[in-house]
Each structure stands twice: as C-alpha cells, then as structure tokens.
Design a binder for this molecule. Structure first.
Ligand SMILES: *Cc1c(COP(=O)(O)O)cnc(C)c1O
Ligand SMILES: [Zn+2]
Length: 420
C-alpha cells in the first residue's frame, strides 16, 4: 500500500481513485492534468527527518513513503537522485549575492533531471504489466526513459523532433529504443505520441499527461531542503519548457510544508527562453493559460522549447502560489551563461541548464530578489548533451584553443601571453 488518497483534476476538482483512471480526468482530456493527493498523517507515520538521517540510500527511493509506489515495489537499478548541491561563492560574489547553491542534476544516470520522472514511469509501467513504454520528448525525457527501460529490459518507443541534438539521439539508439524522428516540432511529436499510445495500448510517460511524472520530479525539492538542513532557500531558479519540473518542485515543497519539515515556502522563479516564453508572457499579462493559444517556439535551448507548455496549470500555480516570478532570457544570454556558470562553479550545463543562471542574472538586474538571501540554481542537464552549442558559447566568449606545432617554442609563445 502507498499513501495516495486520490487523483484530483486541476480543472474541475473531481477526485478519482488511483485505479479509476490511468492518466487524465476523463472530462477534460489532455488539459485535465491531475494532482496526486496523499494522506500526510499516514506518510508521517512511516518517514521522518530523523529516520532519513540514518537512511544510507542516497537515491530518490529514500523518500518512498512520499511516492506513489508500494513499499515493496521493485525499483530500477540505476541510481537516480542524490545529486550534489554545491556552494558557489564566486558566482554569488560576482552578482553581489550572499549565498548561491548549484544543484547539479547533470549528474543523473542519463545526464538530465528527467531521470527522476522516468524512474517512476518504469515502476508504474511494471506495476501495470506493460510491455512497451512510450514518450514524446525534446530529447532528455526520452533518453531518461530509454536508459531506465534498458536497466530493467523494458521495450520503448520514442517520438522526438528530428532536430534534437545528436548526443540525445545517440543515447536513445545506444539504449536500444525504437526511435521515431518526427519531421516537426516537439508539440507535433507530443500529439502523435498520445495518439499512438492510445491506439496500441502502450504505457504513456508523457509529461503533464502521466500524473506520476511530477511526483518523481518533486524529489529534487526534498533533496535541496534536506541538503540545506531543512532550511528552505529563499528562491529556486529553474528553467521552464512544459512546466513539469517547476510544478514538481512546488509539489515537493508543499509536501514538506504539510509534514512540517520546512517552515517557509521558497519562491519559485521560472526561467524561459525569450523565443519560447508562453508562460512568462501569460504571467506578465495575466492571461488564462487554458485559453491562450500556442506560440511558435524557437530557442537554442532545445529542452525548453515548447509552444504549448503541457503542464501550464501546475507551472502557473507554482509561480503564483509561491510569490515567485517568470523571467525570459535571450538565446545570447543563455549561451553566455554556459561558460560563466562553468568557470564560476565547475558545473558544465546544456543550454536549458545554464538558463537557470541567466535567469538569476536577470532577476538581480530587475531587482526581483534581495541580495542577502539564499538562492538555489537547479542545473537540469549536462553540457555534454549539446557540445555544438557549448562550442558556440565559448567562441562567443572569445575563448579559443591555441593551435600549435609540437614544439616548445610554440608553447612558450602561448605561455608568455598568460596573465600571471
Ligand atoms: C525538460 C527540461 C527542462 C524543462 O522542464 P519542463 O518540465 O519541460 O519545464 C529544463 N532543462 C532540461 C535540461 C530539460 O531536459
Ligand atoms: Zn476534470
């Protein structure tokens, strides 16, 4: 038995028993994103902050009583979660801030935050006896699903835009996925995948359709707060495409407040690319995200390119209910953030990961945050996911390699130009 009470539609408020629906509210289709509601009294009897201190399991499964899985559920062998939270005093000093922490989710098994959700998808798929799992993805959710499926020998079918970075496509193929490269956008791939899943009866991992993905993603909030000794930070900066991560972070923080494990709600700052700013625009203009039409999304940060953010209800709630904000950053700012973040902290992020840092810079500029507080940057993906854009970023920053002959004289020439 897990401690899920019911699934609640975010539009009509109707509740469903966990075995009554597989994914969405039948009355609201793919807009009918449901939230997983827990019995916190029962959870509190099975887990405490003291018990966690003696729990040697660093993975997301250390929080099992807070997840929608049974205590004896078999979990995939890949070690998901338990990523480091680094103090970044030089980054903080450059921006005139007191304390900045960097949570490096590029360190996950398939090198992105998406492993947190895909791990749960695999457990739920096995619970259902599914033989094939599917998802649409800009790349990372798919790589995460394929890797986690490979770890347990589960077949998977992946829909990605043909424009996805090579490294992500390579991951899918290496893990043995059936890969459908869709000549279209992520939004096209998403709609096609939903149809195929329904048609063939595959287990559907799609973001903001499968209600359990937010539940995997919320574990990052648990880790951040636990790593900070249960002192919640003032704000968490995270890049936003579909909005599932920021919604998941919010859910995790609400869980911790309900359990009395933290005593304040951090502000959630959603960072969008200026060319994929559906939510930032809706937030600024006070638009209704259930009626706002899709936009045409274009950004160098492929992981946050979403014309119609699928988890827009949870994403808006995450910002509104925490007194947070959305900020939009240009592609140039995102690319500039890659080497700045890397040199200032030792963490190499893909464009969507570095966007969190670009958002912090923007928030400081706009006076959105007070300098003497504690901020967390959630770095959602490794820089090795997109080497091509990393090379563009260092070229833009004027950091070029020195081509030399195998000769000490050439070495000396370069060395003589170094600043002492
Ligand atoms: C998916 C992803 C995001 C955005 O998450 P959403 O839930 O789509 O908002 C950000 N960064 C990386 C690296 C991602 O893979
Ligand atoms: Zn509904």
């Amino acid at each position: 038995m897990n401690h899920v009470l019911h699934l609640k539609c975010l539009i009509c408020g109707r509740t469903y028993a966990p075995d009554e629906i597989d994914y969405v509210c039948p009355l609201h289709g793919s807009d009918g994103i449901v939230d997983v509601v827990y019995d916190y009294d029962a959870v509190g009897r099975r887990i405490s902050r003291q018990q966690l201190r003696h729990n040697g399991d660093p993975t997301i499964w250390r929080y099992k009583p807070l997840l929608p899985v049974s205590p004896d559920a078999a979990v995939p062998p890949l070690a998901v979660g338990g990523t480091p939270l680094y103090a970044a005093p030089r980054l903080a000093a450059e921006l005139g801030l007191r304390r900045v922490w960097v949570k490096d989710d590029g360190r996950q098994p398939t090198a992105s935050f998406k492993d947190r959700a895909s791990a749960l998808a695999v457990v739920k798929a096995q619970e259902k006896g599914a033989t094939i799992v599917t998802t649409a993805s800009t790349g990372n959710a798919a790589a995460a699903l394929s890797g986690l499926c490979a770890s347990v020998g589960l077949q998977n079918v992946i829909f990605v835009p043909a424009s996805a970075p090579q490294a992500k496509i390579a991951q899918l193929l290496v893990f043995g996925a059936t890969v459908l490269l869709v000549e279209g956008t992520y939004d096209d791939a998403f709609d096609l995948c939903l149809q195929a899943a329904a048609h063939y009866g595959w287990y559907n991992r799609n973001t903001a359709y499968n209600p359990y993905m937010s539940e995997g993603k919320k574990t990052a909030s648990y880790e951040i707060c636990e790593q900070l000794g249960w002192q919640a930070p003032a704000a968490i900066f995270v890049s936003v495409g579909d909005g599932c991560i920021i919604g998941g972070l919010h859910k995790g923080l609400k869980d911790l407040l309900a359990l009395g494990w933290i005593d304040r709600m951090p502000r959630l700052i959603g960072v969008q690319a200026a060319g994929s700013n559906y939510l930032a625009e809706a937030w600024e203009k006070g638009e209704n995200v259930l009626t706002k039409p899709p936009i045409a999304a274009h950004t160098v940060a492929d992981s946050i390119s979403a014309g119609l953010p699928r988890d827009r209800l949870k994403a808006m709630a995450a910002v509104q209910e925490t007194g947070g904000a959305f900020v939009a950053v240009s592609d140039a700012e995102i690319l500039a953030a890659i080497p700045t973040l890397a040199r200032g902290s030792g963490v190499f992020a893909e464009p969507a990961g570095a966007a969190a840092y670009a958002g912090l810079v923007k928030a400081v500029d706009k006076g959105l945050i007070s300098v003497d507080e504690t901020f967390v940057l959630l770095i959602t993906g490794s820089g090795l996911k997109d080497v091509q854009n990393a090379m563009v970023s260092v070229t833009n920053a004027g950091n070029q390699p020195h081509h030399i002959a195998p000769d000490m004289a050439d070495v000396q020439q370069v060395v003589s130009q170094l600043r002492s």
